[in-house]
Structures are given as C-alpha cells and as structure tokens.
Design a binder for this molecule. Structure first.
Ligand SMILES: [Zn+2]
Length: 139
C-alpha cells in the first residue's frame, strides 16, 4: 500500500534498524520501544491485520519471530520475551500493517501491564454463554 509506513520501511523508503529479512518477512527495531530490544516482525506483503494475512505469511512471521525472539533473549540476557500482536483500533493497533511485537523482559524493566492483569474469578454462566457464542461463530 502506498501510504503504509511499514510498506515504506520494507522498500527502504524510510530508514529502519533492520535485524532480519527473508523472502516473506522483515523485522526491525521499534523506534518507540517499550523496552530496549523491542522488535517488530512484519510480513512483506501488506495485510492490515490477522484476518487479512495469508496462512503462509502468518506461519512465516511466527517462525521468524520464534528465531528472532531467541536471538533477543541471548543478546540481551532477557528473562523472557513477550510476543504481542494487536488487531484493530480497539486493541490499540496503531499502524495498520500486521506486526508481531517481540518485547524482551529485562531485570528492572518497566512493567508490561497487558501481561500482568489481576486474576478475578469470572461469572461461570456468562463464560459458558460466551464460549457457546464463539463456538457458534466458528461454524
Ligand atoms: Zn503495509
């Protein structure tokens, strides 16, 4: 897509700190990192979100992310790596080109609220009803 910032990064029209590239995948450092080493893994073929991804591109991004995540862990001596992927404005997706965040967790690093929520027991009847709606939508 012409106006997509990530497509421009892939084409080299906007500079980036590239860490990995193959036939289907491009990965680079987030310039607004949650944590040093915060990396984005994206498909070279534009897709706005998870549901626009081809199965092949999705697999390629995940497989590259697995490999890059291990490299991040080794390079930064990370205690963990969060793999975060957001779809839609309501989920705080900012750039509408599918991207997988790889966020290293380091000793003394800032909190990652999305992975640290309070565990409160839900209403079992509502959980059951929602499960049925989702199952039904799966067809
Ligand atoms: Zn794009």
């Amino acid at each position: 897509m012409d106006e997509c910032i990530f497509c421009k990064i892939i084409k080299g029209e906007i500079p980036s700190f590239k860490v990995y590239e193959d036939e289907k995948v491009f990965a680079f450092e987030d310039i607004n990192p949650i944590q040093e080493g915060h990396t984005l893994v994206i498909p070279k073929r534009h897709a706005g979100n998870l549901w626009e991804m081809t199965d092949g591109d999705l697999a390629a991004v995940q497989i590259a992310g697995k490999r890059i995540g291990l490299a991040i862990k080794k390079a930064l001596d990370a205690t963990g790596v969060a793999c975060l992927q957001l779809n839609g404005r309501g989920a705080n997706q900012v750039v509408m080109h599918y991207h997988l965040h790889l966020i290293p967790r380091l000793e003394g690093g800032p909190p990652l609220p999305v992975s640290n929520w309070e565990l409160k027991a839900g209403d079992m009847a509502r959980i059951k009803a929602v499960a049925e709606r989702i199952t039904s939508a799966l067809g």
